[in-house]
Ligand binder design. Structure first.
Ligand SMILES: [Zn+2]
Length: 410
């Protein structure tokens, strides 16, 4: 099933830059950020920047300003390339906005290097401008990396993420045929087989009280505009970021464990193509649930395709109101409080979520991906990860994700 012996993945390591290296990285980021904002400005003033125009912009800007010439050309080129891709996606991927300006106060530093821009020597990451950074090698690199992303997170920790090739691990044949997955608030994943259900873990919610406390402190210590932030404010901000990060990490861990279990046992994985964005604007609980669903969906698709399983995304429209036995669509939408689905046509009665999961699985089983379908899903998938895979019309047609799409590489 799976084509090729290698897979392309990212390996991420913690960096421990010294004071000088950190200053150099931030300097580099400042220059790249300026270029990005310049490109955004060009786009806004009507000159749609193609990669060709952007290259010209870089050459001219470097010719004019010694400040830019001090920085790495590779990092600057890559910034504009990333911008060009983001702009391209804003036209092609539904729901994707135009690239925005990166503000100094809240944009997190991120630098991209191709093999021309970095190397690894004596266990240290060597970057342009004689910057060397110690790397925490938590595991071995499986091959020589083809590119590197150096970035800082909201806690101020630096990381390097390398794109590498590794041997594809053999996955045993699945003993169960298929599973349908329906996402929800109370049960993050309701499946056709209750043994594989995932209850809502609510790590974010559990941290909410702690987070709220930190945010209250922030509000109390906030100084008026134009004044430097107080130490108390910065401390509270850091604390809030740490709590949020911890919850997100726990979510990812649980999602991965669950996705691995589902993948190990099933040949066909039918997933509701849920788009969290539309609901995330409302309440806190809803937000936490959406975040958990987003993580689970991403992990499941990634692990499933990597293992060579058939992964089909089924559009969420009508799944809750379609009978999983006879396929008749109910005339009216089920109210949110209605927990049981009753079919008016055949009299079938089942738990609302279980029926939805079964409908999702049945849709995927009927679905045969055409060659065109697959090609389309590869591009849309590479374009923007899981949330970019759009399944055609809402007529309950699934979209299959091919096994060899490099889902982890963004
Ligand atoms: Zn029925």
């Amino acid at each position: 099933m799976v084509s090729g012996m290698y897979e392309t993945v990212r390996y991420t390591y913690r960096l421990r830059p010294g004071r000088r290296a950190q200053a150099a990285l931030l300097g580099e980021w400042g220059r790249c950020r300026w270029l990005w904002n310049e490109a955004v400005h060009q786009q806004k003033t009507g000159r749609k920047p193609t990669m060709c125009k952007l290259s010209k912009l870089l050459t001219e800007a470097r010719g004019r300003s010694a400040w830019l010439r001090e920085g790495s050309q590779v990092a600057q080129q890559q910034t504009l390339r990333t911008y060009a891709t983001a702009l391209d996606h804003s036209f092609k991927v539904k729901g994707r906005g135009r690239p925005k300006k990166k503000r100094k106060k809240d944009a997190l530093p991120s630098l991209e290097y191709t093999t021309r821009g970095f190397r690894i020597k004596d266990g240290r990451l060597c970057l342009p401008g004689k910057v060397t950074v110690p790397v925490v090698w938590s595991r071995d690199l499986p091959s020589a990396p083809s590119s590197a992303r150096v970035y800082r997170d909201s806690l101020g920790h630096w990381y390097a993420s390398f794109v590498v090739k590794r041997d594809r691990a053999e996955t045993a044949e699945a003993e169960l045929p298929g599973i349908g997955v329906d996402w929800g608030v109370k049960t993050t994943a309701a499946t056709t087989d209750t043994r594989f259900d995932l209850p809502h873990l609510g790590h974010r919610k559990r941290c909410a009280a702690e987070l709220a406390k930190a945010q209250r402190t922030m509000a109390r210590r906030r100084r008026p505009k134009g004044h430097a932030a107080s130490k108390g404010y910065l401390d509270a901000k850091r604390r809030a970021a740490r709590i949020a990060k911890k919850a997100a990490r726990q979510n990812t861990h649980d999602a991965r464990v669950w996705a691995k279990r589902v993948t190990d046992h099933h040949a066909l994985i039918a997933v509701e193509d849920f788009k969290p964005k539309f609901l995330a604007k409302t309440r806190m609980a809803r937000k936490a649930a959406d975040a958990a669903i987003g993580t689970c969906k991403r992990e499941l698709i990634e692990l499933g395709t990597r293992a060579g399983r058939r992964v089909v995304l089924v559009p969420p429209a009508y799944t809750t109101m379609t009978c999983s036995v006879c396929g008749t669509r109910a005339k009216e939408r089920l109210g949110l409080g209605v927990r049981v689905f009753d079919c008016a046509a055949c009299g079938h009665s089942a738990d609302r979520d279980v029926n939805a999961a079964r409908t999702i699985l049945a849709t995927a089983e009927r679905h045969r991906a055409s060659a065109d379908d697959i090609r389309h899903s590869i591009t849309s998938f590479r374009d923007g990860g899981s949330d970019a895979v759009r399944a055609g019309n809402p007529g309950l047609a699934g979209r299959e994700i091919p096994a060899d799409s490099s889902v982890g590489i963004r």
